[in-house]
Design a protein around this ligand. Structure first.
Ligand code: SF4
Length: 270
């Protein structure tokens, strides 16, 4: 692995830092993508769904921290401000339309960027309506955007949990992740959050779900029985791999949505 001085410094910092779910997921999905994006920091194709996701999360967090007192108008204005500020910054950094992902029939720049200005507002309105329809599902002990640090074997894992919630039909609190895009098909993230809440806060979490911006409601509830050994192995192998300089390419369908594909010699054309 040939690295410039700056890349070497970044690599050294990645060798020693705490691991997050997203860092670890990325390494498992394509180690080479991890290297290109985080260590080499090659130019990335941007997708306006990132700004949309961050802005919706920020507004939902503000709404819950207000005790659900913010009005629809305030929520939409907050979204507009947060999304516009982030998009403007991103456009300053990357004004080239070819470096923005299209979304379905929408050209990334400008159509998809403009469209998501509206989609995000609709999602925060949906969140408000959903809480009005489900007032009995409340935030557990003010637990919004909860930071945790958990030792898993030799690895220090750092994360933030969107929400811990009470549900009238469930035993004990559950972990809830807000998703503005597709619903996940596997639930390692929720398993990790449940383990963190149970080990660090003795919370007794046995279930979790997603609030889905695409449908405006929660997913089905997912039973959680976190397997500590499995998570120790999942994070441990990644940690060892990064320290050993293992960044294997994993060409496949995901290449079409890979932000660093333009710098990748292994990209699948399938
Ligand atoms: S284009 Fe494919 S193989 Fe290359 S870094 Fe991205 S996901 Fe990995």
């Amino acid at each position: 692995m040939e690295l410039t001085d700056d890349e070497q410094k970044r690599y050294e910092s990645y060798r020693s830092r705490a691991r997050s779910y997203s860092q670890t997921r990325q390494w498992w999905e394509c180690g080479y993508g991890f290297l290109l994006a985080r260590v080499k920091r090659v130019p990335e194709i941007r997708g306006a769904w990132l700004e949309q996701g961050v802005a919706v999360h920020a507004v939902v967090e503000d709404f819950e921290n207000s005790g659900r007192t913010l009005t629809e108008e305030v929520l939409r204005t907050k979204y507009q401000d947060a999304y516009s500020a982030m998009i403007n910054k991103s456009l300053e950094k990357q004004p080239n339309p070819d470096m923005w992902f299209n979304s379905g029939p929408y050209k990334g720049l400008p159509q998809d960027i403009e469209r998501r200005f509206k989609v995000g507002q609709e999602q925060v309105t949906s969140y408000l309506r959903w809480t009005e329809d489900q007032p009995e599902q409340t935030i557990w002990n003010g637990s919004v955007e909860i930071k945790f640090e958990l030792s898993l074997g030799e690895v220090n894992v750092l994360g933030y949990i969107d929400q811990i919630v009470n549900h009238p039909k469930k035993k004990g609190p559950g972990v809830r992740d807000v998703k503005t895009g597709l619903k996940p098909t596997e639930h390692t993230q929720l398993e990790l959050y449940a383990l963190a809440m149970n080990e660090l806060h003795d919370a007794g979490v046995e279930w979790g779900d997603y609030w889905l911006g695409k449908t405006g409601r929660t997913s089905r509830s997912i039973p959680l029985n976190p397997d500590r050994d499995k998570l120790v192995e999942w994070f441990g192998k990644m940690d060892e791999g990064v320290k050993a300089g293992e960044f294997r390419p994993n060409p496949g369908e995901a290449c079409a949505r890979c932000p660093v594909q333009m710098s990748c010699d292994y990209k699948s054309e399938a």
